[in-house]
Ligand binder design. Structure first.
Ligand code: AHR
Length: 499
């Protein structure tokens, strides 16, 4: 099996928006409590933030982080989570059947973001609430002072505005599981009016409207069109959510999740452009894939409603294996190759809850398998994504008849001159002889080369074996006269950095 890639610096998809390496922290299970925040933990700082999780978050290389939900936000009163901790109300969280203590809220989250070096992306509640509460919240966060809510923030010890730019208008509003779900007409109207008052309250916002909760929702397509028809002028992004599953234990079909995401991206862009076309508008709505990951094993969650209302229960604690890491890598490459439209994306979530980072409450933190392709893409995915020519074989599985065996992305950083080739070999049983001709790019040597592979697709990392699945130096790669030659193991993720 051979594959050939040709890349040239003049053929550029788009500069990569680093916000595609985003993540998500929801008040759900042990993501906040026992994840990023655990006062009393051996590594906790004065704020109660776990330093071990902060360190792993920095190593993961995430850039932007969505908060506070997810389904949680559709019943959340932001006022509950600010001010003196002892005065904050304890509430029932209907989304996850849990008790929310509100000991962690907006200001703590902003403090945590600053420490982690992350841009915050906030969601407003368009389930149980509407434009007025969103307006008040923006005033609290972003207005300098001299008004009720901005002075309330200052009285809470935050003199300077948080200056949060990226906002999501609700969450998965077509999902029957959502607290106060809406029809596309209902949601489109309220999203438009909310966007207006948010923009009137604070300058320079970037707003994302909810697309369907997933590509397989019955509302998909019509929802996107109707919602955007209402708020095309008022928003910058439409969201895409997609969780990948392997209930059938069929790795070939599972690997075509990558092609499914590609179709999803192309379709939503087409729908957004159809709305633009009816208006004869040159505006282009960008895509925010603000929830994505593998998620199918630890699905219980909503079932908890009314069953004891636990605090920070162990929910959605998916344990990732090696094959999941291949999917995560391939999904990242697909989003990178659509850098002209995908300008933001959040792996869901960050820690414990379907996360690349796992912790034991009171114990250590470690990297799940999916941590590794994400960290490498975030580290080396800088600069321009190149529109490479690719010659490779194909396979048929799931809905796909001609899925390329090689999934690749070539990124050129004009600042450093580095050119990185990311390559996923999707062949189940054949090594792939890869040739990548990096024409006119001027790199001379192979600075780094990594391989992520494991003989057992179901291998996992655990507290006892945290590095069972981890990248290694690439054993078979050479770069001479602008040509990369490497042998890619069957079912392997590979990264080559030329300099
Ligand atoms: O990320 C877990 C949940 O998945 C989110 O709360 C929701 O938006 C989605 O359905």
């Amino acid at each position: 099996l051979t594959s050939r890639v040709i890349a040239d610096p003049d053929f550029v998809v788009a500069p990569l928006d680093r916000r595609i390496f985003g993540t998500f922290v929801e008040h759900l299970g042990r993501c906040v409590y026992g994840g990023i925040y655990e006062p009393g933990h051996a590594t906790a700082d004065a704020n109660g933030f776990r330093r071990d999780v902060l360190d792993l978050t920095r190593e993961l290389g995430v850039t932007i982080v969505r908060y506070p939900g997810g389904n949680f936000v559709s019943g959340y009163d932001w006022e509950d989570g600010v001010g003196p901790r002892e005065e904050r109300p304890v509430r029932l969280d209907l989304a996850w059947g849990s008790t929310e203590t509100n000991q962690f809220g907006t200001n703590e989250f902003i403090d945590w973001c600053r420490l982690a070096g992350l841009e915050p992306m906030f969601a407003v509640n368009l389930g149980t609430r509407g434009p007025a509460e969103a307006q008040n919240f923006i005033e609290y966060c972003n207005h300098p002072g001299g008004t009720h809510y901005s002075d309330l923030r200052r009285s809470h010890g935050y003199e300077a505005p948080h200056d949060i730019k990226f906002w999501c208008l609700g969450n998965e509003m077509d999902g029957p599981w959502q607290t106060c779900a809406k029809t596309a007409q209902e949601y489109g109207r309220v999203a438009k009016e909310t966007a207006k008052v948010m923009r009137w309250t604070s300058d320079g916002l970037q707003l994302a409207v909810c697309g369907s909760s997933a590509r397989d929702m019955p509302t998909y397509g019509a929802w996107e069109y109707t919602v955007l028809d209402h708020c095309f002028e008022d928003v910058d992004f439409i969201s895409l959510h997609q969780y990948f599953t392997n209930h059938e234990n069929d790795v070939a079909r599972f690997l075509t999740a990558i092609d499914g995401l590609e179709r999803f991206i192309v379709e939503v862009a087409a729908i957004a452009d159809a709305v633009a076309a009816r208006r004869r508008s040159t505006k282009r709505i960008m895509l925010s894939v603000d929830e994505w990951n593998v998620w199918y094993r630890a699905r219980a969650g909503e079932q908890l409603r009314g069953v004891g209302w636990p605090e920070a229960p162990a929910l959605l604690e998916e344990i990732y294996n090696f094959e999941d890491a291949l999917i995560v890598g391939g999904v990242l490459l697909t989003m990178m190759n659509h850098a002209d439209r995908v300008k933001s994306a959040c792996i869901a979530q960050l820690v414990n809850v379907i996360g690349p980072i796992m912790t034991q409450t009171g114990g250590p933190a470690w990297r799940q398998t999916i941590f590794h392709p994400f960290a490498q893409a975030a580290r080396y995915g800088r600069g321009n994504v190149l529109r490479a020519t690719v010659d490779t074989g194909s396979f048929a599985a799931g809905d796909e008849t001609e899925a390329p065996l090689l999934v690749q992305s070539v990124v050129h950083d004009p600042e450093t001159g580095d050119v990185t080739v990311f390559a996923l070999n999707r062949s189940l049983d054949s090594e792939m002889a890869l040739t990548a001709e990096l024409r006119g790019l001027g790199t001379r040597r192979l600075a780094e080369a990594f391989e992520l592979h494991h003989a057992d697709l179901k291998a996992i990392n655990s507290v006892d074996a945290p590095d069972e699945v981890a990248p290694a130096q690439h054993p078979r790669a050479d770069f001479t006269d602008g040509v990369l030659k490497a042998v890619l193991k069957p079912l392997s993720w590979n990264v080559f950095v030329t300099r």
